[in-house]
Design a protein around this ligand. Structure first.
Ligand code: UT7
Length: 325
């Protein structure tokens, strides 16, 4: 039976020019290159320039994705920006991106699911396309976490960085089988009982300030492998695929030890896991499209490949998506 699938037509990414190494970090807080590499796998992160906004990062990534997709902005009718670091409290960062790209049709809005934002955005866009409400969507993950870090807190400031990534999705009629191209399945989860494990201690309604990121890293770590593995297994069940059939695993880039733990639990061999956090740390909602971009640049993804994405973040929120490229 013919059905509509959301096919990824193009991917783009952008990292700010300024690079901060672990060595640079050790001049600001009591840390070492060895500690950061051993505990996280991170070597460097990119930091947005003064006046360079989340939307600027998102626009650069979106433009590249559109060019690579060969799609004109006037043919986009849905812009979703996943971000926890919007330019302003309102309007959404997505409307500025929409305006700067010259998109005039359909809707633009932000999604707030922190590090899970890209998976949330992908699943949301997929449902709009499958419902026939949109034809071509831009899903962007863009963050300037450097603006909400407490630069005196060594337990958090070494982990995050700025960046953006974007994908262009197009509604295409497919056969309705698991061999179809496009998003085959996605699953989203959240559990607000854990809201105090990873949060920002400010906001317009609570403190009238922006606030700083706070995290109980050990607890987040403890939940991550278990929750992510669970939602991946549920996503695989929806399509009947086994983890052994995944060609490429493109996870949210938070900590190399979390990635290794999930891959081991699901028996996904290391050469099928994309790891990019070494170069840019945890970029929250931007990390999956940044990783997709790197995988494509390294020619690790070919048409027809089965690609698995997952993420977990503040909330907790978590989710997974299975895509045939
Ligand atoms: O994307 C959103 C999701 N976020 C995550 O997935 C993050 C999950 N958590 C983690 O990745 C890890 O828990 C961290 C990387 C944040 C921390 O690693 P850990 O192995 O859990 O370390 P820890 O928190 O247990 O700290 C071990 C020690 C502590 O010292 P004591 O108490 O043992 O004396 C910390 O004070 O390491 C110390 N420490 C540091 N030392 C040098 C913490 N941060 C640093 C640092 N440099 N930057």
């Amino acid at each position: 039976m013919a059905i509509i699938r959301s096919v990824i037509r193009g991917v783009g990414a952008y990292l700010p020019k300024r690079v901060m190494t672990n060595e640079d970090m050790s001049k600001i807080v009591d840390t070492t290159d060895d500690w950061i590499i051993e505990r996280t796998g991170i070597k460097a992160r990119h930091i947005a320039a003064d006046g360079e906004l989340t939307s600027d990062l998102g626009i650069a990534a979106a433009k590249q994705a559109l060019v690579r997709a060969g799609i004109d902005p006037i043919d986009i009718d849905l812009v979703i920006c996943a971000t926890a670091t919007p330019d302003r409290t309102f309007p959404s960062t997505a409307v500025r991106i929409q305006h700067e790209l010259g998109v005039t049709k359909g809707a633009a809005f932000d999604i707030q699911a922190v590090c899970s934002g890209f998976v949330y955005g992908l699943a949301t866009a997929d449902n709009f396309l499958k419902a026939g409400q949109s034809r071509r969507a831009l899903v962007i993950g863009a963050e300037t976490f450097s603006r909400i870090l407490d630069w005196e807190d060594r337990t958090t400031c070494v982990l995050f960085g700025d960046g953006a990534g974007a994908v262009v999705l197009e509604a295409q009629t497919q056969f309705g089988s698991r061999e179809d191209r496009g998003i085959l399945a996605s699953q989203l989860r959240s559990d607000g009982r854990f809201e105090d494990m990873l949060y920002v201690d400010g906001g317009p309604s609570s403190t009238m300030t922006t606030g700083h990121l706070r995290m109980n890293g050990r607890e987040v770590f403890r939940h991550a492998v278990q929750k992510i593995s669970g939602v991946i297994e549920e996503t695989l069940v929806m399509t009947g695929y086994a983890a052994s059939e995944i060609d490429l695993f493109v996870p949210h880039q938070a900590n190399a030890r979390i990635l290794d733990g999930i891959a081991k639990k699901l028996s996904i061999s290391p050469e099928r896991v994309i790891k990019t956090l070494e170069n840019h740390g945890n970029t929250s909602a931007a990390s999956i499209p940044l990783a997709l971009n790197q995988a494509l640049a390294e020619q690790k993804i070919s048409e027809g490949d089965l690609v698995l994405m997952e993420a977990m973040g503040g909330g907790f929120t978590w989710g997974a998506a299975l895509v045939r490229w």
